[in-house]
Ligand binder design. Structure first.
Ligand code: UD1
Length: 342
């Protein structure tokens, strides 16, 4: 019989790609989502790829009663993968309480009610943003965590602290926190991808929407950084590679292979690309000339950020298989498919 996994935020970008990989690895998936920044249509998209429609619980994890009863209903689950959270940096700066309330209450309710039902395995969706301005590169998990620039980022740091405290108690919790670098790309089928509500904040959806004519112009935030071409360096990782890492982390938890009750892993490729390199690759792959302009730096952006991935390779037995060209080509295929749907 397949093991049941609860995926909160499973209709979102990284959540939905992870649900696909879980189903392909014979897990039974229950998605909990309030659809605040996602779409129910994602369930059909997942079915189109995997042939299976995941179970769905429409609920807001801030609601204690509903969360409690959902975990009671699915108490036969063996693990929770917790993606559900708000993630727009600028919005969190404008409205910190909204971010602290949503991201922390939903985390606390999830942990409380899953543990109440004896579901002791937990995977958390963290971010490289917890490293702040890195002192050395590539960054290992040993690097000191700093207070992130934004309330959004701070909710990730606080969440890891909550987990740290909780595993010290008699809670039986076994947790893995995964620190994502810059996830981009889409499922190779073109049926699943990132679908930000409103104006995108991140680079890749902004690029594809500009190329598709939805946005007039891409703004490149600064070219006076101390990097090869003056634009910031990031570690872009294919969302399907990222999704596969969640399955590996889950298997580690289920096989009781952990060295300690809370493990933390960087999920990146280890390679850095500049903003201009991404733009040039996009233009080369799609044969589209992007309308872009260099503007002022964006407050809070760091110059260079890329991962040391040795720990994930060693302990999760996981490595990225897909390169920048596949990330860009799949993002574009998804954007073109979305256009055709309209
Ligand atoms: C951002 C967040 C980070 C969050 C991550 C995932 C900040 C400071 N960091 O990471 O906390 O975990 O998204 O949601 O917001 N760029 C442009 N023009 C654009 C958009 C981006 O030039 O229109 C540049 C940025 O300056 C940056 C790079 O592209 O150098 C990547 O930006 P983005 O995709 O927003 O990711 P991060 O800033 O790395």
């Amino acid at each position: 019989m397949s093991q049941k996994i609860i995926v909160t935020g499973g209709c979102g970008y990284i959540g939905s790609h992870t649900v696909v990989e879980l189903i392909l690895n014979n897990f039974e998936v229950v998605i909990i989502d309030d659809l605040s920044n996602s779409n129910k249509k994602t369930l059909e998209r997942i079915e189109k790829i995997t042939g299976k429609l995941p179970s769905f619980e429409f609920l807001d994890l801030k609601n204690e009663e509903e969360t409690k009863s959902a975990f009671k209903k699915h108490k036969d689950a063996v693990a929770v993968i917790h993606f559900a959270a708000f993630k727009a940096v600028a919005e969190s700066v404008k409205n910190p309480l909204m971010y602290y309330k949503n991201n922390l209450l939903s985390l606390i309710n999830t942990l409380e009610f899953q543990l109440e039902q004896g579901i002791n395995n937990f995977i958390f969706s963290s971010s490289a943003t917890v490293y702040g301005v890195p002192e050395e590169l590539p960054i290992t998990e040993e690097n000191e965590v700093q207070r992130p620039f934004s309330p959004y980022g701070n909710t990730k740091k606080i969440a890891e602290e909550v987990l740290e405290d909780l595993v010290k108690t008699a809670s039986n919790l076994s947790a893995i926190s995964l620190r994502y670098f810059n996830p981009i790309g889409a499922h190779e089928s073109g049926f699943l991808g990132e679908l930000p509500n409103g104006t995108p904040n991140n680079l890749m959806p902004y690029i594809t929407q500009t190329a598709a004519g939805i946005r007039k112009e891409l703004q490149v935030y600064g070219n006076d950084y101390d990097t090869k071409d003056g634009t910031p360096i990031r570690d872009y990782i294919h969302v399907v590679d990222l999704a596969e890492a969640h399955v590996k982390a889950l298997q580690r938890l289920l096989n009781n292979e952990q060295n300690k009750p809370l493990e933390i892993y960087n999920l990146g490729t280890g390679n850095g690309s500049s903003v201009l390199e991404i733009i040039k690759s996009f233009e080369k792959i799609t044969n589209i000339s992007l309308n872009y302009k260099i503007v002022e730096r964006r407050p809070g952006d760091v110059e260079k950020l890329y991962a040391n991935t040795a720990l994930a390779k060693d302990k999760l037995n996981w490595e990225c298989k897909r390169g920048i060209d596949e990330m860009i080509a799949s993002s574009w295929k998804w954007e073109e498919n979305l256009k055709k749907e309209q």
